[in-house]
Write a protein that binds this ligand. Structure first.
Ligand SMILES: *[C@@H]1O[C@H](CO)[C@@H](O)[C@H](O)[C@H]1NC(C)=O
Ligand SMILES: *[C@@H]1O[C@H](CO)[C@@H](O)[C@H](O)[C@H]1NC(C)=O
Ligand SMILES: *[C@@H]1O[C@H](CO)[C@@H](O)[C@H](O)[C@H]1NC(C)=O
Length: 742
């Protein structure tokens, strides 16, 4: 028991240090409260000095609870995670020292004022000594070595319980009993009071244990009811989409039930919180939707909600901050207290805005439950941007990244960033009968421009002019009353159309014309599904965060080579033509060929209802970021290791082999044996923190492995590393899944 004894001593020293630090930090803690986040604005908290302190305090909390756990249960298991937290703490410590110094100065100032006030008999409440309290007999501060922080915490709350109404909400009234009850029931800092029998500890059970089975549903009426009415234009848009497609979803549900052969899935409680709609930003976003603004996110939110509901899960929907507070059980106040555990949701789908909102209202519980978050993130987040410290040190810092979730917890619109999960949405699908009808209604001369706002048309005159010599161009451009849109006179403009009207027009049309913006929206897929050919500009040079205002500051290094890379790479001819917009000869040749070709309506399987249900089912069954030892998925035998060339990312290396990069397999690859199995000689082998690893340096015969799991990256590339890439095969039309990994 020598080890255990030593551990205990180390614990005690650590605990004393920690309580001191925690106290200082809690004094400095200024919660963000309900700070509003606007789309496109960086998270304000990042820039404030308090942010670092807050993060440091969160780590300390984690550390102290780990130490407590260490003494209660299995020591060797806990030591690893303790060491990890200590490492993180050290990193945070470095970056936070500056802000701590600043804040300490502030505290001195405050103390000074307080001292002066108490000397002059000011308005500070009289300090009742704990022993003088009526309840002191029952509620003595326990001297339990398992709860070394208890006394300090009680002192802190006695002085500060009024600083946040959440303490009062949990019954704290300034008396020792109420404080001890709070610190034992809610925060785990003190031992339970005698006679009390509440086990409120965080819910550590695996979310899928002991659940009912999810049963595939056909009726979407309850979903429409729980989304509710009267929530503004954005929610109305989603409701009308769900309503319009309800019948087809139900049929897809039936097909997927057969396909799954009664594979069981536990019924999960799922929260959907589109943060972008919450608060004032939501109204502006909704208003934009009515003027031809971006609808892609709303399309995706509707479809994710519908898919989860059809699959039989319990869906809750929140679009405002008060609703969010209510449904996750946040106490009223500024976020100093933990939420009422256990969190009533197994999974929380949100977006970047929603993450900040969740962090503000979950307080300490945010970190505890982060493994349950899923972030809808259309443009993707690469690992180098996701890891806070690394991104700061290596120039990958952006307003959006640094949340340090598992990269696969970010879910994209298109499968462009394999480090993330491809969530997608559903495109229009036609039955066989409708397909015939469409072929009859096609007017070969009709071309429709993809661009609802006239600024998208500027500078595209010669391109459109070239097309207009072959076909009649129609527009659906939003029109301000009194000011005609700035578009060429030969265009037949229908004004902004409802979704139904737009689909009718596309059914008649032969060609759908991309102007280069918006990037990667749902519309081209819908046009192709209705039998149109999509013509789009090639970007040379590629658009990147360096040269494109739109991608600037996004947490990605993607090279976007056309308006819709998915359409170009995964669909291609005869459905998609990518041209040099400035070359009228090339444009006209393409349009003439399209005019004389017969193209049938087409929808890639992964964008059908069935395909999306299958994918969401697979993610829910297999993606597990909460267990310490999750079941490997996709199965380990699907790994195909590849060595890249200099300058190639693993995304590229795998795609070139008609495979896809599978980040779940990096761990399997990150071993010295891999180099020899690929026939590489290592004159030295190192383990480093670098998002380009594992990799091989040919000249020096240097083999390098990855130390930091969060930094495994399909996307990373540079000219001195040959990357070791974990590729796998994928189902045709369903890149997220491999054969037999459903
Ligand atoms: C505590 O509550 C649980 C169930 O709520 C009960 O089974 C248990 O007997 C109680 N323990 C005591 C000491 O009252
Ligand atoms: C324009 O396109 C045509 C046909 O594809 C090609 O032959 C020609 O070289 C291109 N012109 C320029 C300037 O790229
Ligand atoms: C590795 O080393 C062995 C023996 O030293 C040599 O025969 C082989 O050619 C080397 N392979 C490469 C790829 O350099």
């Amino acid at each position: 028991m020598v080890i255990s004894f030593r551990t205990r001593r180390v614990c005690l020293v650590l605990c004393v240090l920690l309580s001191a630090l925690t106290l200082v930090l809690q004094n400095l803690w200024i919660p963000e409260g309900s700070e509003e986040q606007l789309p496109g604005k960086p998270r304000a908290s990042e820039a404030l000095p308090q942010y670092g302190v807050r993060k440091l305090a969160l780590r300390l909390e984690t550390l102290s609870s780990q130490i407590q756990a260490l003494k209660r249960d299995n020591i060797p298991d806990r030591l690893d995670s303790l060491a990890e937290t200590l490492q993180l703490l050290q990193k945070d410590h470095e970056s936070s020292m500056h802000s701590v110094q600043k804040d300490l100065a502030m505290v001195w100032e405050k103390l000074d004022t307080l001292l002066k006030r108490s000397l002059t008999g000011g308005d500070t409440p009289p300090r009742t000594p704990l022993t003088g309290m009526p309840d002191s007999e029952v509620c003595k501060i326990p001297n339990d070595p398992a709860f070394p922080l208890c006394a300090g915490k009680v002192e802190f709350l006695r002085a500060h319980w009024r600083s946040d109404p959440c303490y009062a909400h949990y019954g704290v009234d300034g008396g020792a009993c109420s404080i001890l009850a709070y610190l034992s029931d809610r925060e785990d800092f003190c031992p339970s009071l005698p006679g009390r029998n509440i086990s409120q500890g965080p819910d550590k059970t695996h979310p899928k244990e002991g659940k009912e089975e999810a049963v595939i549903r056909a009726d979407l009426t309850p979903l429409l009811e729980l989304i509710g009415t009267g929530r503004g234009p954005a929610v109305r848009f989603m409701q009308s989409r769900i309503e319009r497609l309800a019948g087809r979803w139900a049929r897809a549900g039936e097909r997927i039930r057969e396909k799954l052969h009664h594979k069981p899935q536990a019924q999960l409680k799922v929260l959907l919180h589109p943060g972008v709609l919450a608060g004032g930003a939501g109204e502006r976003f909704g208003e934009l939707a009515e003027r031809g603004g971006p609808l892609g996110e709303l399309v995706q939110w509707s479809d994710v909600a519908t898919a989860l509901f059809i699959l039989g899960h319990k869906v809750t929907f929140s679009t405002t901050l008060p609703e969010l507070h209510r449904v996750i059980g946040a106490p009223p106040g500024k976020g100093s207290c933990p939420i009422q555990v256990p969190l009533p949701f197994d999974l929380l789908y949100t977006d970047y805005h929603g993450l900040a909102q969740l962090q503000a209202c979950m307080g300490l519980s945010f970190n505890q439950y982060r493994c349950r978050f899923r972030v809808l993130d259309s443009f993707g987040t690469e690992p180098a941007f996701n890891q806070g410290e690394y991104s700061r040190l290596h120039g990958y810092s952006t307003a959006w990244g640094s949340w340090e979730l598992q990269p696969r917890q970010y879910m994209t619109m298109f499968p462009h960033s394999p480090d993330n999960s491809f969530m997608g949405f559903v495109s229009e699908e036609l039955g066989q009968d409708l397909e015939e009808e469409i072929q009859e209604h096609k007017e070969p001369n009709v071309a429709v421009v993809y661009g609802k706002q006239d600024y998208m048309w500027q500078g595209k005159e010669s391109y459109l002019e070239a097309i207009s010599q072959v076909m009649k161009i129609h527009g659906t451009v939003y029109q301000e009353t009194g000011s005609p849109p700035r578009i060429p006179g030969y265009v037949l403009n229908h004004g902004l159309l409802s979704q139904d009207q737009l689909l009718e027009l596309l059914k008649r049309a032969k060609l759908f014309i991309g102007l280069g913006f918006p990037y990667e929206g749902p519309a081209p897929l819908e046009a192709i599904a209705l039998g149109c050919v999509f013509l789009q500009p090639r970007f040379d040079p590629a658009h990147t965060p360096q040269n494109s205002a739109f991608y600037r500051g996004k947490p990605t290094t993607r090279q976007v080579r056309s308006q819709h890379p998915y359409a170009e790479d995964f669909i291609g001819k005869p459905y998609v033509w990518t041209v040099d917009m400035s070359n009228s000869t090339e444009v006209q040749e393409a349009v003439r060929t399209i005019l004389h070709s017969q193209v049938r309506p087409f929808t890639p399987y992964e964008f059908t209802r069935e395909g999306m249900l299958e994918r969401v089912f697979a993610y829910i069954s297999h993606q597990d970021f909460c267990s310490l030892t999750p079941q490997p998925w996709p199965p380990e035998n699907t790994l195909l290791a590849r060595l890249g060339s200099l300058g190639e990312s693993c995304t590229t290396v795998c795609l070139q082999a008609a495979l896809v990069c599978e980040p779940a397999h990096f761990q399997l690859l990150n071993k010295p044996d891999t180099f020899s199995s690929l026939g590489l000689n290592c004159s030295s082998t190192s383990v480093e923190v670098n998002h380009l690893l594992p990799a091989y340096n040919e000249r020096a015969q240097r083999c390098s492995l990855q130390r930091e799991g969060l930094l495994f990256s399909c996307a990373g590339s540079d000219n001195s590393h040959k990357r070791l890439c974990p590729c796998r095969r994928y189902q045709p039309g369903q890149v997220a899944l491999c054969q037999g990994c459903l």
